[in-house]
Structures are given as C-alpha cells and as structure tokens.
Design a protein around this ligand. Structure first.
Ligand code: 6PG
Length: 246
C-alpha cells in the first residue's frame, strides 16, 4: 500500500466515532454539493452497518444541519422483496433515517425489484436516474455512494462469481446470487466508478479478515476494483482495522 492509498483510509476508535465521522463527511459533501449544484445525490447501502450511521443522521445536530429539501436518497442495491419486508434496504433506511427527517417524499428513490419483474425494475431505476442526475461519460453522477463490505468481499450486490461483475453498459442490473438463492438489483461498476465520492463504511471484527485480504495484496474480490480509486475513501473502526497489514 503506497502513501496515496494509505491516505484513503481513516480509522476511528469505535463504531460511534466511525458513524460520527461518516456523518460529518456526508454533511460536508452535502453542503458543497448544494452550494454548487443545488442538490446532493446520496446512495445508501444496505445491510446492518448503516443503521447506526442513519440514527446519527436522524438525530441532532445532523437532522437540523442538513438541508433535507435538497438531498435525494438513492439505493446502491436492493433485495427482491416488497418494501414492507424485513429484508428490504428501503424499509431499513425508512425506519432508521427517512421517517425521522424532513425530506420530501419526491426526494426518496427506492428500487422496486420484485422477483417477477427484475429487468423492468432495473430499467425503471435507470430511467429515474436519467431524469434526475447529471450524466458524465454516459453514466449518472452520484455525489456520494455509501458502500458496505461483505466478508466475501462483495459490495452493493456485486457478489463474487456473478454476472453483475462483468456488466459494463447497464447502470442498474438484476443479479442472481446463488449462495443467497435470491435475486438482487444493484448499481454497476461503471456507475459506482463515476461517483464523485465512494465511501466504504466498515465496522466490526468480523470484517478484519476481508480487510486483511483486500489491503495485503491485490485480489479479485469485487470491492477491490473500487478500492484505490481517487474518489474512494475507507472509513473503518478499530475492530475492522485490525485486519490492515503492518
Ligand atoms: C446489502 C448491502 C451489502 C452490505 C454488505 C455488508 O444489501 O446487503 O448493500 O452490500 O453492505 O453485505 O453488510 P453488513 O453491513 O450487514 O455487514
């Protein structure tokens, strides 16, 4: 890992400190985007790690400091379940963040991937993105994409060994994940690479081994393709950072 790569990593001494640090980064980026472009397009990740971050954003001072009327909430991926299903990333975001802040309903853009309409759901989301986001190099530009990291090195729903890893033209793609025996919808690499900022939020000792894999040598883990981009930041807590080499 060279100096530049090392600078992309920030380690916080606890999960609460990690979430505060990430919320502060979001606030700074939101203020700059709103000042410069009148809107802040933020894509949330799913799973459990973001819940603590969402609660920080939904509480003072961030609830008051952020101009939610100018913030648009998108999703990096979604499970093929209804929005009221406990596995829904949208439901998690709604319960931990969106119903606690003064954000207009029109600014919330859930994916709607139901098992019998995955290609249509991907197309619908792409159309919504095309209507709302700037397009550079043929792909939409998010201001900030929050990304999680699975123990197998997946991020969003870019899982190892899946067709999503080789998608180079679609902005959003359905992907069948064998090990989960389920369909997902995910943003694709070209869209993630086109974002102004990618932030991996990684917490807990169970992520130390995959952090070690990613940062000890070059790997073909899905997250590795986004790992050292100029627009990538890694925010880790001490427990996950135990996996960092040296
Ligand atoms: C999802 C996420 C996924 C998640 C990782 C880490 O829909 O599950 O987008 O990529 O970020 O699996 O999940 P945890 O935060 O629960 O460890």
């Amino acid at each position: 890992m060279n100096e530049q790569q090392h600078k992309s990593i920030t380690v916080f001494d606890s999960n609460p400190a990690l979430c505060q640090g990430c919320a502060e980064l979001i606030r700074q980026q939101a203020e700059a985007a709103i000042a410069g472009r009148k809107a802040f397009h933020l894509a949330l990740s799913g799973g459990s790690t973001p819940k603590a971050l969402h609660k920080v954003l939904a509480d003072s001072p961030f609830r008051e400091q952020l101009d939610w009327s100018r913030i648009h909430i998108w999703f990096g991926d979604e499970r093929s379940v209804p929005h009221d299903h406990p596995d829904s990333n949208y439901l998690m975001a709604k319960q931990t963040l969106l119903e606690h802040v003064d954000i207009p309903a029109a600014n919330i853009h859930p994916m709607a991937p139901l098992p019998d309409r995955m290609p249509q759901a991907a197309e619908d989301y792409q159309q919504t993105l095309a209507r709302q986001l700037e397009i550079h190099h043929g792909f939409p530009v998010f201001d900030l994409v929050l990304l999680g990291l699975g123990p197998d090195g997946h991020t969003a729903s870019l899982f190892p060994g899946t067709t999503a890893l080789t998608e180079t033209s679609a902005w959003v793609t359905p992907v069948y994940v064998d090990k989960l025996s389920s369909w997902r919808l995910t943003l694709t690499y070209p869209v993630l690479e086109n974002a102004r900022q990618l932030v991996f939020l990684v917490s807990g000792k169970d992520k130390a081994p995959v952090i070690n894999q990613l940062f000890s040598a070059s790997t073909d883990l899905p997250a590795a393709r986004l790992q050292y981009r100029d627009n990538t930041r890694w925010l880790l807590d001490e427990a996950a950072a135990q996996g960092l080499p040296g």
